[in-house]
Structure formats: C-alpha cells, structure tokens
Design a binder for this molecule. Structure first.
Ligand code: ADP
Ligand code: MG
Length: 591
C-alpha cells in the first residue's frame, strides 16, 4: 500500500500524485491529510516554507469537492498573484483524473470580467488574492455564500501585507458552518488573532519548531547621508564576509541599478524583480539557493515566496513605502531556528519611521555605525586567517613547491605570515585608508546632490598607447566605476580629457593622487573652462572611493565576489591592482 493511500486518499488523486512523482508524504501532509479527510473541522497548520503545504490542503480538498455540483464550494485566499497561479496550477494537477472540477484564479492586474466569466461557468474552487476577491464580492461577481471550505494559505504573509481587513470582510460573506483551514509558516500575533476570532476550536498541527518569526531576528539601523547609501551597503557586506543576504529596494529600477553596481564592483549579486521572465527568475533563485549569489537584490513583490532558510542578513537598502511590509522583509531571515539580522540603511529624516516599525514589531532597533575602513580591514584579515586554517591543501601545487620554497628561502614562519597578511592588508588598506567616516557624514546631513558633469585633464594620451576606448576602460577599472560613469573621452597626443558625473570628482582626484603607472606619475586635474566647477573642486581632496577591494574567500581566490559571469567576460578576475596591471598589459601589447 502506497504511503499516500494510507492517508485515506482516493485512486484518482493517488494517480495524479503518482504522475507528479511524489513518493512519500511530507510531515505536514502526513499530519493534516487524514484529519481533513476524516473530520469536518477547522485546522491551523504551521510548517516552514517549502514543506508541501499546498498538497496538505489541496489533496483533501480535491477529494472532498463534489464535481456534480457547479456551485462554489471552496475559497482559497493567498497573498500574491504568483502564489494564486501556483496553487491553481497545482490543484489542476491534483484533480486531473477527477472529472469536471473547475479551479479559477482570481487576482489583480488582470481583467476582472474575464475572471468573473470563468466563475460563472462554474468554479467549485476559487483561488484568490484578498484585494481582488473583495472587488469581486463588492461587484457581485462571485458568490461565496455557501462554500464548505475556506483556506487561508500563507496566512502570515497575507497579514504582513496588510490584508487583515480584507480577510475579515471576505469571511463575513461566507457561511458560519464552513470549515476554515489556515496554513502558515509562522504564527505571529496577527495570525493567532485570526485563528481565535474567525475559527472554531481548530485542530493545531505544528511541524518543526514553532517560529514566531521575530524572536531570533535582531534589528539594526545605520544612519547615513543618502548619497552614501550604496557605499554603506558595500561596507556592511565587507564587514560580514560570509554574508548571504536579501537586499530590498523600493522600485524595480533601483533593484536593477544596485544589483548592477554590485556586480560591477565584483560582488556576487543578482537582481530579482517583476521585469524578469519566470525563467530568469528561476535561474536567479537557483543560483541563490546554491550560494553562487550572496547578495540578492529584490523588490518586495518578487521576494515573496523566497523559501531559503539560511539567509544571514536582510538589508533594507530603502525602507518600504508601507511600513507594515518591513515585517515581511525581516521575516526572510531568522528562519528554521537560526539567528538573523535585519539591517536598515536610513537617512536622518527617516528615523521616525524606525520608531513606527518598533511599535509594529514590538522590538527595539539598535542604532549602529557603518564600520570604518580599519574595522573592515581587521575583519577581513581575521576572516582570511580562519579561512587559511580551514583550507584543505591542494596537492596540485606540489610540483611548484620546490621553486616556491626557493623564492621564499630564508624567511621564518613569522616573517612569512607577516608578508602574506600584508598582501591582503595593503589591498584593503589602500582602498579604505582614504575612505570617509560615513556615520559622521550622516550627522552633517549635507544635502549635496549635484547635477552636472566634471571634465578632467589627464596627462596620458595616444603616445601612451591609448585610444578613447582603452582609456575609458582603464579609467573605469582604475576608478571602479560603472559602464556609463566615464564619458566624453577625448584622446590627444600626450594628454586626454574625460568627463564624470560631478559626484565622482572626489573619487577621481583622490585616486589619481600620487598615482603611478609604468613608473610614471599620472596626473588628473579638473579643467577649469568646461567643468561645472562652481564649488571650486580643484586640487587634492580627501577622497572617497566608490569601488571596492577584493576580499579573500573560501574558494581561495580574491573576492567574495569571485568571478561573476560578467566580470569574467570582461577579464576582470583579479583585484583592483590586477585591473590596473591588466590595462597596462593591454596597452603594452598594443604599443
Ligand atoms: P509550502 O507551501 O509549504 O511552502 P509547497 O506546497 O509550495 O510548499 O511545496 C514545495 C515544493 O515541494 C513543491 O515544488 C511541491 O511540488 C513539492 N512537494 C510537495 N509535497 C511533496 C512530496 N510529498 N514529495 C515530493 N515533493 C513534494
Ligand atoms: Mg505555500
């Protein structure tokens, strides 16, 4: 006897299960299915994401539906359009050997009249988002007055999204005698409230540890000047070398932009938002699950249903428009009994929002400072030391050992360690030594957002083997700037000109202070006539760098940040220093 059969399921459902390739029921299925089949009862089932809750209510529901009656017998409420469609699809699969069971999905952003028409053709099961369902009821397009079952799926998420009032109102249109089945990953207060208010003596099933969602997540906020947001994000990441995180932005555009910048800067990042095709999204999620991506930059909508357990940090690059959404974001970490941190990068004017959130989550935030350069160097060094301790020796290097030993002959172990660590330290130190204190800049709150471009003079040109393209590449790589950040590159004989956005001028000047290549000082100055140099930016500045150094990681290459595809295509595998070396090499080849 098949394990599903033992739970009391009929042949037609069993056959469908067989087609789907399910062999053994998951724990939540094992516990819920017999109860739902045998008893007419309310039920609260708590189980982590990805444990098969859909089938836990779907199998019994399909079995209990009367195909001979066309009236709507069940309503499933689910938080998003995506989940709605998923559930609908699953239910169609489950019922494929059962004749004339109709499942209709009802969600926003699609024609309501189409959906109403499908319902009129006879929908025994409606799968709906609360908002659209409300509309349907208001406009008399659906009749749920004699349903037998109401399923609240992913109840915590629905409540996180502020659907409490909608759910309450929808339930008021359903008969008292119907049975309510509530499925949720966590049991925050709001879910408990729904259960106690709208359910009748529910049977409770808990799989795994009961997770209130909040207790193992700590909340931190970092005050920065808004123009330093991105720099702050990178520091938070650099200060947490093993970070595995979801970074939330408000819009698709920002999501894409931040992800692109991170990739440019050599981080293992990707964007997840609604403009991607389902296929692209699946690919991104796959890379995230397998840890090829350490920083997933996502919109709230796209991040729904992310069922990855070991997320160490949630970073709110921007706070959500709807403050209630914060709980949903922070709930991505601290799952499965693990600890998690939810970080918020904010500017001064947003502090009051933090106070509002504290009231909602009933937890205090800790105000923390963006780590400074030296702290990050220290963290990275210790991380490196630990990695070295854990690294297994790769015997492919054996043939080279005699030669390497020769090169390093005469150094003591202490000296070797010092030298080895100096390599890494210098790299980080060079990058961070001129980095400003972002926290103190936040306090100043300068509203400096500049428009306009800055034009520079640089004392290299075609005589040094550059054309506009190779000079642009060289500048981009040396400055660690993005594709379009260096423009209007004009190469002359022994000098050239180029533009950047005014906001990068400090970086440019700082980078080319005492900058040498091929034994020669490369000098950059802002050109007086063509720049929008109203603020008198000439001369040396305490610089801020926008790029990032590479860190040492457990794969043994530099950069946690190890070759994203994009980087590899560009041949930018190494460190900042390597980039410079490469462009020099390229030019040598040309010369
Ligand atoms: P949840 O709602 O708990 O997050 P889902 O119902 O979405 O989880 O199921 C997660 C995945 O597990 C789906 O791809 C589903 O097809 C699969 N699945 C569910 N039950 C089983 C089972 N008994 N055996 C194998 N796969 C299953
Ligand atoms: Mg689910």
């Amino acid at each position: 006897m098949n394990a599903f059969q033992k739970l009391g399921l009929d042949t037609d459902v069993l056959q469908a299960i067989n087609d789907m390739g399910f062999e053994t029921p998951s724990e939540v299925q094992e516990k819920s299915i017999p109860i739902l089949l045998e008893q007419e009862t309310d039920l609260v089932a708590l189980a982590q994401t990805g444990t098969g809750k859909t089938a836990a209510f779907g199998f019994p529901l399909i079995q209990k539906i009367d195909p001979d009656s066309k009236k709507t017998q069940a309503l499933i409420l689910s938080p998003t359009r995506e989940l709605c469609l998923q559930i609908t699809n699953e239910l169609k699969n489950y019922s494929k050997y059962k004749r004339s069971v109709n499942v209709v999905a009802v969600y926003g952003g699609a024609s309501i009249t189409e959906q109403a028409r499908s319902i009129q053709r006879g929908a025994q099961i409606i799968v709906a988002t609360p908002g659209r369902m409300q509309d349907m009821i208001r406009r008399n397009l659906a009749n749920i007055s004699s349903i037998d079952y109401c399923v609240l799926d992913e109840a915590d998420e629905m409540l996180n999204m502020g659907f409490y009032e909608d759910i309450k109102s929808i339930l008021s249109h359903t008969p008292k005698e119907k049975k309510t089945w509530l499925f949720s990953a966590t049991m925050p207060k709001e879910v408990a409230k729904i259960a106690s208010k709208f359910m009748n003596n529910p049977v409770e099933i808990t799989v795994g540890s009961k997770n209130t969602g909040a207790e193992n997540v700590s909340h931190e906020y970092y005050l920065v000047n808004h123009r330093n947001r991105y720099e702050a994000l990178k520091r938070l990441s650099d200060a947490n070398p093993d970070i595995f995180s979801v970074i939330f932005c408000r819009t698709k555009r920002d999501t894409q932009k931040v992800a692109e910048k991170l990739i440019e800067d050599g981080y293992n990042a990707a964007a997840l938002h609604g403009d991607l095709s389902q296929n692209q999204r699946d690919l991104v999620m796959k890379s995230f699950r397998t840890r090829q991506i350490q920083m997933l930059v996502a919109t709230d909508v796209a991040a729904r249903g992310i069922d990855v357990d070991d997320i160490t940090h949630v970073i709110n690059y921007q706070l959500p428009d709807e403050i209630e959404t914060y709980t949903h974001r922070s709930g991505r970490t601290g799952r499965a009994g693990k600890n998690g941190v939810s970080m918020v990068i904010i500017s001064k004017s947003e502090v009051r929002k933090i106070r509002t959130i504290e009231k909602i989550i009933q937890q205090k935030f800790e105000e923390k400072e963006i780590p400074d350069g030296m702290e990050i160097c220290k963290i990275q060094l210790f991380h490196l030391a630990n990695d070295i301790r854990k690294t297994e020796i790769n015997h492919d290097i054996d043939p080279y050992l005699p030669a390497i030993n020769e090169v390093l002959e005469g150094f003591s172990k202490e000296e070797l360690i010092k030298k080895f660590f100096s390599v890494e330290f210098t790299r980080f130190n060079n990058y961070y030594k001129k980095a400003p204190d972002l926290s103190s800049e936040a306090a100043g709150g300068r509203p400096e957002v500049s428009e306009g471009n800055t034009r520079y003079f640089i004392n290299v040109g075609s005589k040094d083997g550059f054309d506009w393209q190779s000079l642009k590449d060289f500048l981009k790589e040396t400055l660690n700037l993005g594709r379009d950040d260096v423009f209007k590159v004009d190469v002359k004989g022994s000098f050239s000109f180029f533009n950047t956005d005014e906001t990068h001028s400090e970086l440019v000047l700082a980078t080319f202070t005492e900058f040498q290549h091929q034994g020669r000082f490369v000098n950059v100055e802002i050109t007086k006539d063509q720049s929008s140099d109203k603020k008198g930016k000439r001369g040396k500045r305490k610089g801020r760098r926008d790029g990032s150094p590479k860190s040492y990681n457990d794969k043994g290459n530099f950069g946690k940040r190890k070759g994203s595809e994009k980087r590899e295509k560009k041949g930018r595998k190494g460190s900042r220093n390597k980039n410079i070396e490469n462009s020099i090499k390229r030019r040598r080849a040309k010369a």
